[in-house]
Design a protein around this ligand. Structure first.
Ligand SMILES: Nc1ncnc2c1ncn2[C@@H]1O[C@H](COP(=O)(O)OP(=O)(O)OP(=O)(O)O)[C@@H](O)[C@H]1O
Ligand SMILES: [Zn+2]
Length: 767
């Protein structure tokens, strides 16, 4: 496709964000050769929303390789692009319209395996490659730090002969044979920095840029090996057997909470670092808070600070790590889902810890599932991928059961630690009494009794409620009006700590009003239902002596604050932790012995496909925080549906029963993992236009065996920020090419520009 066609086809007229600053380009290259002398056509993915790579001429005197960064003309703009391949001119119909590559940039080349992976991932998620690559290359928009300067001898003998020579000066001359920084040189020569500066003034030394190559301290696999217990040792041996295949090896590391999965996979990381000096390792974690906890363990195990990659690192580090990974200098990375798209040369091992976790699904921009893509990346590199969890996703468990993945189990907690006893409290019978001022309370007498006993033993309590803020709903008791976000189908959540009503969907917030905005009644707004802040209030009222704190994304907005809260819990400075899911997984708090689930039914409401599975996983993980070291743990679940299969499986520690039930119901419906799904989400300001187009799109649904399309239906969130929303759900048998079906369907009808379309392959959110 030529540039002009591409431009008009994409409706892309402003280069906007993608235009490059001319200053960052290398000096002007020679003019490109056209037509008769053209020997090579370069295929470039420009960082713009285009469906295909574009063709450019390779100028005389420029050499390029796939994975190199270039500046190319696009319409009247100059834009950044990535070279993805070459073609001979014979393959091309209209050479007269081809423009030349303008410049080559000196950013590190993207290794072939990473380039292949990125392009594949773009296709898989039905994202235009330029948009996808723009995300992968974002770190390169950060300006490089200016290079450090050093000193080295000039070639000019006369200058040397003219100066007054001293012993100190001679020492510098003898040392400055290679460029060195001021302090390093002075120290090596045993003189003051003044001597060095003086020699520069006299023209004997001159300043040069020091090489950019950064030295990354290498993780030492033998720094502090773990002493694995017998079953961990056996699991490690099995992993080693998989690793020794030197081929794609997906493994489910399935061990109960606290069994030491982390200890085991760190030994596999060590094995790889030891046996393959070129390979790189990636450890993926679902939350930044968890990254902080694991970083300390990595440093203790490998003796160096390990590179971390997530939304919360500084720009400088972002650029350094990106470059270090591309050059193969950074061998071990720990990070959140986007770390999968660093430019690794060759990954020898990927660990996806807490593989079942919903945060691996990216819900904005290119919608991808990092666990699934990690498996693909491992296949590409012929590597091992370890999926670790105490509560695997049904997808992964089914793959293990069918023998597609190796399945390694750890059935017991490490040492003397036991899984906690779990009891159910039927809240229909044990309704909490009202407080002294008639206010509603949320903790039942049984749970309160357990908390008192735990505090008496000077042990810690975790109360789990997966709801941020004070109350999920504010309504007017005079007129019944519910406070909602403007032009959005979403309740405003009351946050007392900040005194605001907040929309968790759009980020809108306002001060809580004194009068009802609907009927004007005074002080008529009441808070309905509990969030963690409200539980904190109740805890303060009931246990005034206890030190209680909330652990949620509001109280730990960044890596530093979560690291410090985790430390204070470990140091026993907090007695009662009131936590959302941010804190309920992965952590090891040795003195924590009681977990109370305030509302075990919460995740089951409003149910989507995975509601039961997710609730089971979340509650198994949360209760799994109790009794992980020497002291036995206990968990109490408050529920209105004790008979529900999720509650029964939890109470009887019968994971298999739950998965069997869940698997059967999905198989009957041919839902994942027994079929594949894609969601199409259409949105527009104009509701009539949206309705009309949705109906029209439905007329074009291709008739394909093994594929069903449901919709159009109003999305459960039918209005967001003034945009109306409709959804289609596509279900396909496992052996159907879902992406091809969607592409084929969408190609049949032109979509008006006023309608936005998002395609979500393997959706996890159905809102
Ligand atoms: N072999 C071992 N030697 C010493 N301590 C161990 C050993 N194995 C596990 N532990 C300790 O037991 C606790 C639980 O281990 P770890 O965090 O690795 O478990 P996990 O299986 O990853 O747990 P979860 O799935 O709940 O996150 C940690 O404090 C860990 O240091
Ligand atoms: Zn009112």
């Amino acid at each position: 496709m030529c540039v002009c066609e591409a431009l008009s086809a994409s409706g892309y007229d402003k280069a906007g964000d993608f235009v490059l600053d001319a200053k960052t380009m290398s000096p002007a290259p020679p003019d490109p050769l056209f037509n008769e002398k053209l020997t090579t056509i370069v295929k470039v993915v420009v960082l713009a929303p285009m469906a295909e790579a574009l063709d450019y001429a390779l100028p005389v005197g420029m050499s390029l390789a796939a994975g190199e960064h270039v500046i190319v003309p696009l319409g009247h703009a100059k834009v950044r692009g990535l070279v993805i391949g070459f073609e001979t001119p014979e393959a091309h119909e209209d050479l007269s319209r081809i423009k030349g590559v303008l410049a080559k940039l000196d950013d590190p080349i993207v290794p072939e395996a990473s380039l292949t992976f990125w392009l594949w991932a773009a296709g898989w998620t039905l994202t235009p490659p330029g948009i996808f690559l723009n995300g992968c290359l974002r770190a390169l928009k950060i300006p490089r730090a200016a290079p450090k300067q050093g000193y080295v001898l000039t070639d000019e003998q006369p200058a040397r002969q003219k100066i007054r020579m001293t012993k100190a000066r001679q020492a510098v001359l003898d040392t400055a044979l290679v460029p060195m920084g001021l302090c390093d040189l002075a120290m090596a020569a045993g003189v003051s920095t003044g001597v060095v500066s003086a020699l520069e003034k006299e023209g004997v030394l001159h300043k040069v840029d020091l090489a950019r190559e950064e030295v990354w301290p290498q993780p030492n696999p033998d720094f502090a090996p773990a002493r694995l217990n017998d079953s961990q040792g056996a699991a490690h041996q099995l992993l080693r057997m998989e690793q020794d295949k030197h081929a794609f090896a997906p493994v489910l590391l399935d061990g109960v909470t606290g069994s030491g999965k982390t200890e085991v996979y760190l030994e596999s990381v060590a094995d790889l670092l030891r046996s393959d000096p070129d390979a790189q390792v990636l450890i993926l974690l679902p939350e930044i808070a968890l990254t902080q906890a694991v970083l300390g363990r990595l440093e203790a195990r490998f003796g160096v600070e390990v590179a971390q990659w997530h939304a919360n690192i500084s720009n400088g580090n972002r650029r350094r790590i990106w470059e270090g990974v591309a050059k193969g200098h950074v061998r071990l990375v720990v990070g959140a889902r986007s770390a999968l798209f660093l430019p690794y040369q060759r990954l020898g091992l990927i660990v996806v810890d807490e593989e079942h976790d919903g945060s691996y699904k990216q819900e904005e921009g290119a919608r991808y599932h990092a666990r699934d893509l990690a498996v693909f990346r491992a296949r590409l590199d012929g590597a091992m991928v370890i999926l670790a969890s105490a509560t695997p996703s049904l997808e992964t468990l089914t793959n293990a059961e069918k023998g597609r993945y190796a399945w390694i189990r750890l059935e017991q907690r490490h040492g003397t630690a036991q899984l906690p006893d779990i009891s159910l409290i039927d809240m229909k019978v044990h309704t909490p009494a009202k407080g002294g001022r008639g206010e509603q309370m949320w903790l039942s007498d049984t749970l309160v009794g357990e908390i008192i006993a735990t505090l008496r033993r000077q042990e810690q309590v975790l109360l789990f409620l997966n709801r941020r803020g004070y109350a999920p709903l504010v309504l007017c008791k005079a007129c019944g009006e519910k406070m909602t976000s403007p032009n959005t189908d979403s309740w405003l959540v009351e946050h007392r700590a900040s005194g605001r009503l907040v929309c968790h969907l759009t980020g809108f917030s306002m001060r809580k009003p004194k009068t009802c905005p609907h009927c004007g009644a005074q002080d008529s707004l009441i808070s309905v239902g509990p969030g963690v802040e409200r539980i904190l209030e109740e805890v303060h009222a009931r246990f005034p002596e206890a030190r209680a704190e909330v652990f949620s994304s509001d109280t730990t907005p960044d890596a530093a604050s979560s690291a410090s809260l985790i430390k204070r819990i470990e140091d026993n400075e907090i007695d009662i932790i009131i936590a959302t899911q941010a804190a309920a997984k992965g952590h090891n708090f040795p003195n924590l012995t009681l977990v109370g689930i305030v509302d075990a039914d919460l995740g089951l409401k409003g149910g989507d496909l995975r509601a039961a599975e997710r609730t089971f996983q979340l509650l198994a993980q949360a209760t799994g925080r109790a009794g992980r070291k020497l002291k036995p743990g206990k968990a109490v679940l408050q529920t209105y549906t004790p008979e529900h299969p999720v509650m029964q499986a939890l109470a009887h520690q019968d994971r298999d029963a739950f998965y069997a039930y869940e698997s059967m119901s999905r198989e009957i419906a041919k839902f994942p993992p027994f079929g594949r799904l894609a969601a199409l989400i259409l949105s527009a300001k104009d509701q009539n236009l949206l309705n009309r187009f949705s109906r029209e799109l439905a007329l074009f649904i291709p008739n394909t065996e093994g594929v069903d399309v449901y919709g159009p239906a109003d999305a459960p969130l039918a209005l967001v920020r003034g945009q109306w929303r409709k959804r289609f759900l596509v279900r396909a048998d496992r052996n159907r090419d879902l992406q091809a079906f969607v592409n084929h369907w969408l190609a049949a009808i032109k979509r008006p520009n006023a309608i936005r379309l998002v395609v979500d392959i393997d959706p996890y959110s159905f809102l």
